[in-house]
Design a protein around this ligand. Structure first.
Ligand code: TD4
Ligand code: CA
Ligand code: ZN
Length: 308
């Protein structure tokens, strides 16, 4: 089928109480892995493209590739800009057929975030494109020492409601203690689940969890076995992801877990086959590992069997 909007995907998730993964791509192999995994699990899926990915591969190449994959696929796929910071990028993505955009002005003061986000909502909604925005800052809870700082960094539920009312966004990314990358926590991983519940009570739209990778211990161990150095890598455990979905999270962003899976697959293959130099062999092994990880995530989030 043709690409669907992220709103269609998230409305079903919101109404039925499950989560949908947004998985980042930078190249063909990751996209194939994600689409194949979604098809095998009969799950809707969101494919996310960062400004960095556009710089690496070219926005047109990524957009055309995903549109083609969607047209040949039986599951609903949305194509989404991840952490869009520039107006030109948002416009270019919409022109290239993206069905969803994230405008991330969360590092700006509240009023500026509202103004910048509203401008994107006006444009995107005029052409049927979904908008995600963010309020609060992604920062590990442990790095926040004082209560006052914690309140300044994590999403304030009342402010979140004001923001959604003022902007008309379709989905809201909240800061509840996660951060991007492979080093999220030094001690015990902990998300502010109570905060998600409070936001959900006030904000009646799908909520988004960024920095949600589990940094899966078995994948990290495999990569390390074949030479990777990832000391201290730690992510969000599966049970906290489940609790976050029960508390109201509908979209879960995963990038790091795919990077680590690809790395483990490629490292293992190259180490076991030092004479092989056909890139299709080692990239293929990376792709297989990414696919397995996406399937694990889909089942964890509960979007398996939810395709229409
Ligand atoms: O939004 N994301 C993905 C971030 C992708 C960054 O891409 P660039 O390097 O091109 O900027 C997430 O929230 C993923 O979180 P994770 O826990 O997987 O790191
Ligand atoms: Ca941000
Ligand atoms: Zn993010």
């Amino acid at each position: 089928m043709a690409l669907v909007t992220m709103k269609e995907i998230l409305t079903d998730a919101y109404e039925k109480g499950y989560g949908v993964g947004a998985f980042n791509i930078n190249n063909l192999e990751f996209m194939q892995a994600i689409v194949e995994a979604a098809e095998e699990e009969n799950s809707p899926v969101i494919i996310a493209v960062s400004e960095g990915a556009m710089k690496y591969a070219g926005i047109e190449f990524l957009a055309e590739m995903v549109k083609l994959a969607a047209s040949k696929s039986s599951v609903p796929i949305a194509l989404h800009v991840d952490h869009g910071k520039h107006w030109e990028v948002i416009v270019s993505a919409i022109r290239n057929g993206f069905t969803s955009v994230m405008i991330d002005a969360s590092d700006k003061p509240f009023e500026d975030n509202v103004r910048i986000t509203s401008k994107v909502v006006d444009l995107a909604h005029a052409v049927g494109v979904t908008v995600e925005a963010e309020i609060g800052r992604l920062k590990g809870i442990e790095d926040i020492v004082k209560v006052s700082e914690r309140e300044a960094v994590l999403t304030d539920p009342v402010e979140a409601k004001e923001f959604v009312d003022a902007t008309g966004v379709d989905a809201l990314a909240v800061a509840v203690g996660t951060s991007h990358g492979a080093y999220k926590f030094k001690g015990e991983p902990k998300l502010d689940i109570e905060r998600i519940k409070k936001i959900r009570e006030l904000v009646k739209i799908p909520l988004v969890l960024h920095g949600a990778s589990g940094v899966l211990p078995d994948i990290v161990a495999l990569a390390e076995k074949y030479g990777a150095e990832l000391k201290g890598a730690k992510g969000v455990p599966d049970d906290q992801i489940k609790a976050a979905i029960e508390a109201g999270i509908c979209k879960i962003n995963i990038d790091t877990d795919l990077r680590l899976s690809f790395l483990a697959g490629v490292r293992k293959f190259l180490s076991e086959n030092p004479d092989v130099f056909d890139p299709r062999k080692y990239l293929g092994e990376g792709r297989e590992m990414v696919k397995e990880t996406v399937k694990r995530k889909i089942r964890l989030f509960g979007s398996n069997g939810r395709a229409w």
